[in-house]
Design a protein around this ligand. Sequence first.
Ligand code: SOE
Length: 387
Amino acid sequence: MTNLGIGLIGYAFMGAAHSQAWRSAPRFFDLPLHPDLNVLCGRDAEAVRAAAGKLGWSTTETDWRTLLERDDVQLVDVCTPGDSHAEIAIAALEAGKHVLCEKPLANTVAEAEAMAAAAAKAAAGGIRSMVGFTYRRVPAIALARKLVADGKIGTVRHVRAQYLQDWIADPEAPLSWRLDKDKAGSGALGDIGAHIVDLTQFITGDRIAEVSGRLETFVKERPKPEAHSGLSGTASAERGPVTVDDAAVFLATFRGGALGVFEATRFATGRKNAIRIEINGSKGSLAFDFEDMNLLHFYDATEDPETAGFRRILATEPVHPYVAGWWPPGHLLGYEHGFTHQVVDLVTAIAEGKDPEPSFADGLQVQRVLAAVETSSTSRQWQEIPE
Ligand code: SOE
């Protein structure tokens, strides 16, 4: 079997999740190419060496440009904050490396456009790229898409989606890079709203046509962190401004005629990672909540009303998407499995010479939706999303 040398940039939360996926994918699935965890890259030499030891990488680099020059790297996995996605991904594609890039694709539409253009150009030469909207690979979500495509719920009328977290509900929670517009592009909107934009479009097979939204920053100033922090960290005495939204809400219409209601917030006290999606169609409904991620609820409106009701499908059977690679029926999967499935799909597409999904063009379209919500929040007008 041919090997595929991986170079991963970043080793915090996403870097660790991706490392686990690169390791586990060939152990549970028959992959056409074997991923080799060749290089882990980060700016702090000592910290990246320690991370490489822990996460299973053979060597380290402290400059991503050097990583791109290495012959033992055929795929670059970008797990850095959004402000460096465009520069790294475009350079990697131009260097002839396949690219997996974390979401949201970029911090601005202009960057995402440049990335999508670079990806299209590279694809002509057989170089593949994918954006990491990982939740598509949760079996219950992939099953929901299949049921919609199979016509099980008929014509989609309503799309209801929430992404609810509470990790900064405490006003004294320190300023993470995720609260800095220069680093992250936007706040709850891009970090978690991007997921529900992608997921609802993925499940329905439809696209958002226009939006009307509102962003809010409830806590305008926070303690700066003692050290660089991801989702947590210790507060210092110094304070700084929060430059992104804490929460985003928006209405949407889909091209196929469905109406959408979206909510993304980091202030939903008690909700930790609740991705709640409900789709109502002419023949039935689907409902999902990531906090119970192995379950998909399905209502078949064509059944006898006397016994009809929401059915609870435990998406852990070998017939369900991705599940056959894992455990016997009923042995639940978790957050990390989606990342493994992402690697399986990406490596398979590379080996088969196909463009994987979601593509950078898909990432650009999500970016356009996010930008339209932001514009609408200030203009107080509905905003159309270009096709
Ligand atoms: C933090 O809000 C975060 O880690 C996001 O960045 C991820 O995309 C999401 O999966 C979980 O929450």
